[in-house]
Ligand binder design. Structure first.
Ligand code: BGC
Length: 744
């Protein structure tokens, strides 16, 4: 007997064939390439609308002109600014992930979009990758368990999520051409799982192919990735969209499972899947059936989104800038901030005892929403930390702000983002005369990278000149205050699409300033905002360190509530914070940020897997994050279940004085593996909120696949019999309970 869903699916397939049968080749071709920078062509005659897409992960991007990377300049396209995926991941909360997805989907639909180009779920391989702020974690399990609810939340609104960038988009240097050599096991165990989960469990309607090559072939033309893995092994029947300009060859793209070519150029008819495809079909080099396959996938998604078909009138309308969205955004921001260190319980500050507060550092006043590349947002508003602190304290407290260090001015973002830059050489030329030559593009990017390095050198001189006066002023002010908060970190000048960071250091000589401030204020509260880890050479001297990723429009509100204790921090690191970049696997093997080709020699040993194996102590380990209360772990029991599953139970108790939430993490460590395997791997986690003195029993079932590794010879996951240590803890470096599970 067929189920209702199967029957409906069958009907939809019939409808698709009917429509396809009525379409001319030109109409089909119109549907599979961009007809505007963010939309495909439709077939009006048959009631098929264009597919309208928009970036991105942190909110719905402002409107561009249809054929130019110039903002349309509207006043109706400001939106809710959501916490970045890196912030979301530090909540370790699938609930927040669902809610963030739901908000993003509603806003996208509210703005009339069909596909939202999010979430970004690439594994963070190097702390220097410029797009890390858009991605979630170095760990595939954590990424997968957050990506799935996020996608479901988005699609609840009849908008497609587009999980990106498939696959292994790990660096921005030479982003369009770099070839990544990755062994098959590493792909299956590290770089694939989140995409597989997003597609199979999250039911993502679309996937974006990455710019880079994997093992010699561009991802958007990669039969192995798209046909064999994504569609063949995972059963994906949605739409694969190219990254903007990710397709290079007509025949290759026609012959593999990429369905929609998007690009940065406005000569839409010249797209590889436009006129060149038509010509190749006319010459008999490509069959029309190749086009039909793509159109089928697009139509199928349109039915799912209720863009066409008999459920059209039932499509959700969505809305944007709803006040309920801001509530969810605030809650996620609160859960995302990570208390890295808190000696002498310096935090929270008692607001009642503060008459004068000194705030130092440019991230106190900086808003970040309009930067980063395609993730930029025109935010309805963004509360910076200084505003958050002032709003919290009110008018009776004297709050003084000092810049502390100099930040050189950069040109406005839209003139500067990658997409606009790609067209830089084309200024003054006519559409049709565009230089689309790959070598030329690569050369242009190389030149831009060199110019950037030269620019950074120039800026250093400017900073050296301006900082002494700013330092002196800040240090003087710090001496006379009830509390001093430093708010520094990074910004989208370095956390950005199109560029990688040059090092892992705090820019603008912030380390020097922090050292100076710590000399006069032992109780300095160091807070940092950024999209990726930084070295903190002063970390042993600082008593309190709070880290926040770009946490959305309510950043300042959440920040103040945590500083003054109305909210108890519960964020945990979704990535390792190395003591120094030199400790990282990619720094050791030198295979990052190169042009042309990189070999991911470290294989599976990325993030904590590398630090564990090399016995290197990071500054702050994966999973770390403190609370204003304490949690005790006890009573681990392991019980074998059917199908080689293991039921893991333990108790978490709030032994402190405040209500708080703890994320208990479960790692699996094979005792005597038959093949080389990471020392331990995260397989499950649970976040529990507890009142003081209360405890809860957590029960998690590890499935057979949680013990598996990928066997290249069998081309399948294998679970060996034997002993596995089950480690339960507050972080990867703070294991509280251990037990052995034996698999038959
Ligand atoms: C980025 C994508 C983005 C697309 C459209 C590309 O440059 O890599 O993440 O969705 O542009 O703006």
């Amino acid at each position: 007997m067929r189920t209702e869903t199967e029957r409906n699916a069958k009907k939809t397939e019939k409808e698709i064939e009917k429509l396809l049968g009525k379409m001319t080749l030109d109409e089909k071709i119109a549907m599979i390439h961009g007809a505007g920078l963010f939309r495909s062509g439709g077939v009006e005659r048959l009631g098929i609308p264009p597919l309208v897409t928009s970036d991105g992960p942190m909110g719905v991007r402002a409107e561009f002109m249809d054929d130019r990377w110039i903002p349309a300049g509207n006043n109706d396209d400001s939106v809710s600014y959501l916490p970045s995926n890196s912030a979301l991941a530090s909540t370790w909360s699938p609930y927040c992930a669902y809610e963030m997805g739901r908000v993003l989907g509603a806003e996208a639909r509210g703005r009339g979009k069909d596909v939202i180009l999010a979430p970004g779920i690439n594994i963070k391989r190097s702390p220097l990758c410029g797009r890390n702020f858009e991605y979630m974690s170095e760990d595939p399990k954590l990424t997968a368990t957050l990506a799935v609810p996020f996608v479901k939340g988005v699609q609840h609104n009849d908008v497609a999520a587009c999980v990106k960038h498939f696959a292994a988009n790990v660096q921005e240097t030479d982003r369009l051409m770099v070839d990544e050599e990755i062994d098959v096991r590493t792909l299956y165990e590290l770089y694939f799982p989140a995409f597989k989960a997003a597609v199979q469990e999250g039911n993502a309607y679309s996937v974006m192919g990455a710019y880079n090559k994997v093992n010699g072939v561009h991802c958007c033309e990669n039969k192995n990735l798209l046909d064999l893995v994504l569609r063949g092994e995972w059963g994906f029947d949605g739409v694969v969209i190219s990254d903007w300009g990710g397709i290079h060859k007509t025949k290759e793209a026609a012959a593999c499972s990429i369905d929609l070519e998007m690009s940065v150029f406005p000569d839409f008819d010249e797209y590889k899947l436009a006129n060149p495809l038509k010509e190749a079909i006319a010459k008999g080099e490509i069959s029309e059936e190749a086009v039909d396959c793509k159109v089928r996938n697009i139509l199928r998604m349109m039915f799912r989104l209720k863009m066409i078909g008999k459920h059209r009138d039932e499509r959700r309308a969505g809305t944007y800038n709803a006040s309920s969205h801001r509530q969810v955004i605030l809650k996620t921001a609160e859960e995302s901030m990570i208390l890295l260190k808190n000696e002498q319980r310096l935090l929270p500050l008692n607001a009642a005892k503060i008459k004068k507060l000194v705030v130092i550092g440019q991230n106190a006043v900086k808003t970040h929403s309009d930067g980063g590349g395609s993730a930029e947002i025109k935010a309805l508003y963004e509360i910076c930390p200084l505003m958050g602190l002032k709003r919290y304290l009110g008018g009776n407290v004297q709050v003084e702000y000092y810049k502390g260090y100099h930040v050189p001015e950069k040109p406005k973002m839209y003139d500067h983002n990658w997409q606009a830059d790609s067209l830089d050489d084309l200024k003054g030329t006519n559409i049709g005369q565009l230089v689309r030559d790959e070598e030329h593009m690569q050369e242009m990017h190389r030149r831009q990278a060199e110019e950037r390095l030269a620019q950074l050198e120039k800026e250093k001189a400017e900073i050296r000149e301006k900082n002494p006066a700013l330092f002196a002023q800040a240090v003087e002010a710090a001496k006379d205050a009830d509390a001093v908060i430093f708010v520094g970190g990074l910004n989208h000048d370095s956390d950005s699409e199109g560029i990688d960071r040059v090092d892992m250091k705090l820019p603008y000589e912030q380390d020097m300033l922090i050292e100076e401030l710590l000399k006069v204020r032992k109780d300095l509260i160091v807070t940092l905002i950024g999209g990726s880890p930084v070295e903190m050479p002063w970390r042993d001297k600082a008593q309190a360190i709070l880290w926040s990723y770009y946490a959305g429009m309510e950043t300042g509100t959440a920040f103040a509530q945590i500083i003054f204790g109305s909210v108890n921090p519960s964020g945990k690191l979704a990535e390792t914070f190395p003591a120094s970049y030199a400790d990282c696997a990619d720094a050791k093997n030198g295979q990052f940020g190169l042009w042309g080709r990189i070999k991911l020699e470290e294989g599976l040993y990325c993030g904590y897997r590398h630090f564990d194996r090399q016995r290197i102590k990071p500054a702050f380990c994966f999973g770390h994050g403190l609370s204003y209360t304490d949690f005790a772990y006890s009573g681990l029991t392991l019980k074998a279940e059917k199908g080689r599953a293991v039921k893991v139970s333990f108790t978490v108790k709030n032994t402190g004085k405040r209500i708080g939430a703890e994320t208990a993490q479960v790692y699996v460590a094979p005792v005597a593996p038959r093949v080389d395997r990471p020392d331990k791997e995260l397989k499950a986690y649970t976040k529990v909120e507890l009142a003081p003195g209360r405890s809860t029993k957590a029960t998690i079932t590890l499935k057979q696949e949680d013990f598996a590794y990928f066997d290249e010879t069998l081309h399948d996951f294998v679970t060996d019999a034997g002993d596995y240590e089950i480690l339960v803890g507050a972080s990867s470096g703070d294991i509280r309970l251990k037990g052995i599970a034996t698999l038959a």
